[in-house]
Design a protein around this ligand. Sequence first.
Ligand code: ZN
Length: 244
Amino acid sequence: MLCLVLSDIHSNSEALKAVLDDASPVDQVWCLGDVVGYGPDPNGCVELLRAFPHRCIAGNHDWATLGKLDLRDFNPDARDANLWNRQELTPENLAYLEARPERLVEGEFTLIHGSPRYPIWEYIIYASTAQVNFQHFDTQICFAGHTHAPMIFRLGQEEGEEVCEAITPSVEGPISLGAERLIINPGSVGQPRDGDPRASYALLDTEAFTLEYRRVAYPVEKTQAHMMKHDLPLRLVLRLGYGW
Ligand code: ZN
């Protein structure tokens, strides 16, 4: 099975369309949460996703938009965008987001938004955080989003001790997933934060057991114009241009 693994779309349907076009045809889409928040087209994103055979879990911005998290825990720009997203969403799309689980297991893969330990909120940025988190899922591999930066954490052995290594992935063709335990972050579709404004995603081949990282350019200025039209916070508009 060929799976498009993506995360953190954040209501950016221009970026999502570019990713779906670039990756197709795929058998399934696995979305690691934060479909909405920040951007200008929450309904468009939910509906694009729902047009594909897919799995999707909940992220912190999805929950904030639904009113399931305290908006005081978000910075003012994120909070304003979440409130606007909440007003925009149709009852049907709100119900879809409401029904997303915090965690899914698909064969050898666990899907969560933040971390296996705290699926909604925890950021896995460092190898030390990743290492602790290997105790909190049972499959060989876990897919996580939330940081908006592509990253692989590999759990290995050194002189009988467990060690965790952080690897910044390149986009040069498929890599073999091997037999070691991994936490894999595909980066963000709709608001990359690694200095590259192009949408980030990964293609997983479950039979060949390989993963390929990809970046795809999309019309950033269209999303930015759409955000300006709805008076979304300027800082959120500008950051899409430099991928941070
Ligand atoms: Zn996010």
